[in-house]
Structures are given as C-alpha cells and as structure tokens.
Design a protein around this ligand. Sequence first.
Ligand code: HDE
Length: 705
Amino acid sequence: MSPLRRSRRGAPDKQDQLDEFRVDPRGRLTTDHGIPVDDTDNSVKVGERGPTLMEDFHFREKVTHFDHERIPERVVHARGSGAYGHFRVHESLAEFTKAEFLCDPSLETPVFVRFSTVAGSRGSADTVRDVRGFATRFYTRQGNFDLVGNNIPVFFIQDGIKFPDFVHAVKPEPHNEIPQASSAHDTLWDFVQLQPETMHMMMWMMSDRALPRSFRMMQGFGVHTFRLVNDAGRSAFVKFHWKPRLGVHSLVWDEVQKIAGRDPDFNRRDLWETIEAGHFPEYELCLQIVPEADEHNFDFDLLDPTKIIPEEMVPARPVGRLVLDRNPDNFFAETEQVAFHLGNAVPGIDFTDDPLLQARLFSYLDTQLLRLGGPNFTQLPVNQPINEVRNHHRDGPHQMAVHQGRAAYHPNSLSGGCPALADGDAFVHYPEWVQGNKIRKRSESFADHYSQATLFWNSMTDWEKEHIVEAFRFELGNVTHWHVREGVVRNLNNVDHELAVRVAEGIGVEPPSRPVTTNHGRSSPALSQAGQPGSVVGRKVAVLTAEGVNVGDVRSVRDALIDDGAFCDVIGPHDGALPAAGGGVVEVDRALRNAASVVYDAVVIPGGRDSVEVLKECGDAVHFVAEAVKHGKPVGAMGEGIELLKAVPMLEGVRLAGDYEDEVVDRGVVTQTASGGATPSFLSALTEAIARHRHWDRAKERVPA
Ligand code: HDE
C-alpha cells in the first residue's frame, strides 16, 4: 500500500512526493542497517595477509548487494531514457471526457516520460533503425494515466497474439544472438514476407522516422483508437498524438551507423543535456476525435492498429502542452523501475476492442511482476500515484506500507467497512454492447494491408522515397535467404510497382514485370517530414579551428548561436588554448580526435590564414567537413575558411562567396568573404540553415566520407 505523501504546498505534487525518497550522499558511511563504517576498502582478515573472515558483515553485505544489483531488462524497449515534466490542457475538454486533467486548464499535471528503442538490449546504441517508444505517465489527481505510445502511428501486427512471434523475429537470431539492435536480418524479413499486415509499418520503419535526430524532434502516437467518455456517459473515439515543438527531424543512415560507434548515447545525451541547459523539450497533445456514430464511415476499421486516420480526414486538434523540465536523479530508481501499463486509465478515458490493445492490457502488468519481482512495484517512488491508495491488497515481497487495522477484506464491519467504495468518481468501464460467438478469427474489415502503405509512399517527397528505397536495399541486402528477398519484393509490388522495382534492382532480385494493382494515387501531406518547423534550440554546432584562427569569427558565431539556444563547440588540434591571429587566444572545447562531425548539426570554418592552411592539410579536418556536407548539414565559412570548403570535392556546383559576391547562401552552404566577425546577415542565414535541419538538394554521391 502506497503511503500517502502530501506536498508541502498542500496539493499533491510528484516532486514533493519524491523528495521524501531522495537520499543525499552527504553524511557518514553506514551499512544498510545504519551501523557506522570507517573502512570500506579492506576486508577483515586473520592477520594482514590471512584469509577473509565470514564475520565481516560489512564485506558480505556489500558484495551480496552488488551481486543482486541487476534486474531483468525489459523484453522489448530495454534501452530507454526518462524525464519528468508537466502537462496542462489549453481548454476544457469536458464536452468529450470527464478526465479531470483534460478538463481543468488551471491544473498542472506532473508527468514522467520514458523514450526507448525497441529491439536492442539495455546497452545497445541509441541510433539504430527502430521504432522509438514514447511512454507518458500522467500523475493525475484521479490516479495514474499511462499513454504508452510509439513514434510511429501504426504497428506491425493486428492481434496481440502475434506479438511474441514478431518479437522473436526481430530480436537477435536465437542460434547465435546476432545481430544486436537491428532489423536487417533473415528472421525479421521472413516474418514480414509471410505476414503482409506488417507492410504499412515496414514502410514507416524504412523511412527516416526510424532514425530520429532527437527525442525532442519526434512525434508520439497512442497508436490504438481509444475512447473518451464524458460526464453524461457519452463516448467518442480518439487517437492521441504528440507533436514536438521543434518539428520532426531525422538523421541519415550513414550517419546513424557512425554515431552508434562515436556516441552510442547520442539521443540519451541530447535529452539530458538540453534539459540541464534549460532548453526544455515541448510537445503538443493533439486529439483526433471521431463521434461514435461515425465508427463505420471509414474505408478501414478504427480498431485496426495497422491503420492511421489521415489528418486530412480528421484533423489532429491541439489540446494541451507537455514540457519536460527535469532529469531523473537516479537512472535505476526512476527510468529503469518505472512500470508503465496500458491499463492505468483514469475515469473519462477508456479502451476499445482493438485486439492489439486488448492483449497489451494483459501483458504490461504481467511483465512488471517478473521484471520488478512481485506485486508491490506500484509502491516504488516513480510508480506511486500522487493521490491516496487504499485497498485490501496485502503483503508480498518488499511490502513498504504498514497497514493498520484487522480487516483486510471486503465487506467488513471491524474496520467500519473501510476502505469505503468510491462514490460517483470511480472508473466505470464503458458499457459497450457486445455480442457474438466465441471464435478465433480476424475481422474481414482488417483485410486490406496495402492501401495505407501506398498512401504513405505516395506522400513522400523524392528524397524521402530515396531514403526508403535505400533502407529496403540495405536491410534486404543483409538477408541471406533469396526466397525471403523475393517474398518482400512481391509484397512491395502490392504497395507500389515503382518501389518494388527500385528495391529489386538493388538486391539482385528479378523486378516484378507489372503492377499487381493500380496505385490509388491518394496521399496525405501530413505524413511527410518535408516542411516541418525547425529551430536552432539544442542544436550542436562545431567550429573548426587551428592555430592562427580569427578570434573575431569564432566569438561572433559562438556568441550568436549560444544566444539562440544552440550548443557550440570549438574544435581544435588539441585541448587548451590556441594562439589566435593578431594576438589573443581561443579556448578549445574538444580536440579533433575526441570530436566527430556526425554528432554535430552544422560545421563552421572561421577565417585565419594559418589556421586554414593547417586544416587543409589535415585529413581528419577535411573529412569532418566532407561528412557534414554528405549528410546534408549546413556549413558556414568566413574569409580564408572558404578555402577549406573548396578542398571538399562535393561542393562542386555550390556557389561560394568570392570575388563578385561578399556573401552567398546556396543549399545550406553559407559563406562570407570578410573575416574578423560574422555579419548579421551571415548569422541569420546560418541559423536559418540550421533550423531547416538538412539540405537534400546537394549532390553528395561523390563525397568520399
Ligand atoms: Fe509494448 N510492451 N507491447 N507496445 N511497449 C512493453 O512492457 C506489448 C505495443 C511500448 O518505457 C513491455 O514494461 C505487447 C504497441 C512502449 O517502460 C511489454 C504488445 C506500442 C514500451 C510490452 C505491445 C507499444 C513497451 C516490455 C502487442 C505502441 C516501453 C516492458 C499486443 C502503442 C515502456 C514493459 C517503457 C513495453 C508488451 C505492442 C509501446 C512486454 C504484448 C502497439 C513505449 O509488456
């Protein structure tokens, strides 16, 4: 039973509640039983060189505790990062729901969010091709509401009974536990080719959505259709969306593979550092609401989790704002022990008969019992609701509550009938009318596996389509069974003929000679990542320098970017201070050997003749710039810095500032001939180019990086 924690401000508050569990390391060392310890470096022995004694209870306790430090990792979504924040609804949604936190704009609801990858182990790299989990716990005054979503709005399968099959297929293969955190292997694609309901999701998986630049720059989706229920008991269907304020932006495939080596914690670090810097990630909660009466007005089934409701059909209405503003104190206690459960729903939010959702309602509680070792995991600080918990659940491992009284049953008279049944404010399951035979069968209305996969393909720009084709080629190129490659191409031909042909041509499979069906030609602009809003906030910019760099160039760029909320690292040949041109020094943030172009969003090359001469002769520096250009990143150069750009072969065709033009902006390459300080127009062109994220209109094939 969770002890009630009351905030010092009177209202229940999650951080106040957590305060009571936080342990300040200042103070003296003790055993777990509070016995003071004055030596924790030497075990008790018989003589200085003799055997260790069993009676050394401090030694035994220390090592025993260590031996038991690990718990099973999540069977999926093992690698994750969490943050606290708060949510506030803009206007009352009482018309649709009685959930208090969605009805009262004056209420700030505490939240904990855990982002994750799905397939990899706890220690795997962040930047892999995968779905990202986006699980949000709202600590409402009516209890915990968990919105356990992903960054992709559909799922691989329609019925939860297929989940173990799918996960066995995507996880490392059982005979040799290879590959780690990757879908590019035979078993996954074998499953895909035989299970066409995966096709819509696989289109998303092969798109840039599976390579988010940042957790701050990806959407979240509840995936299933849920219900909202208002005070009058009227229900409407709803799809939940999170839209990031910074827009949806992704990395490129070549880049993610390199980042996985250079900084496997790339997304985790990004979340942590931006929150520490006060650049709090923000998301808009948007709802697609469908009146119950319209349930059957779509050419797909609202209960089918492999389908979206196109936003052009039902707009995603912005209803509230989520801000993440606090990192956890302890990864294990909070991020690892948080136990989400789809069944944590509050009055006003309810379920539908989506067979994937129904299976999840079973799985999450079950998995926590194993992972957290018993039924009392709800008492862990991160899992406790902020309102009071009272019931007749008793005992079990690690029971924290000291239950008073004699009656642990209902009804009772010995405890005055307490705890009393809720009156009026209880969760009452929506009394949906259901009737039917018991059958093991999928509804015919779930049978169309291709139309929305085609819709997704049709909605992509040329560069997005190119990335998708390349992704299919890479993944299938790793598949050793030829019939599996052929099977996938056959399925793709049901999505779009051109797509199937392009993929087939890259993987040595005979391209299909004709389309199976005619592409329906429909598209949904909301599905494309082109034209997303952008910002420099939290972006990382590298300023490439060597001895003799122009200090004015460095400072002007750095100051302006930091003012705008970006992170800016001066990269130099070594740590410490560099003598600058004309006197003075420039402090280096990172030595070139410890830096990698792939972890930055943009590169700037300041002027300074000597500095640029050194950089031009340095293979690592040229590579640094070339790689940024290859990945479509903004590049800026001032004065002599332009000469370094000329040493990068890919810049053929891109116009640079020179004899006739003092300042030029061309396809994300921003240059000014002058040195001694960036001009306002250079700075604004640079920040705009960074906010645009990537510049796909550059030829990059010939870039050797
Ligand atoms: Fe999960 N999923 N899932 N899932 N899921 C878990 O619960 C499961 C599904 C999602 O950060 C597990 O605590 C089944 C869809 C996220 O802690 C487990 C099915 C969506 C997280 C589980 C699905 C998700 C999980 C593993 C098919 C998007 C991480 C550890 C019926 C809407 C939560 C755990 C966190 C975690 C089961 C399908 C999202 C085993 C059986 C669809 C974000 O219970």
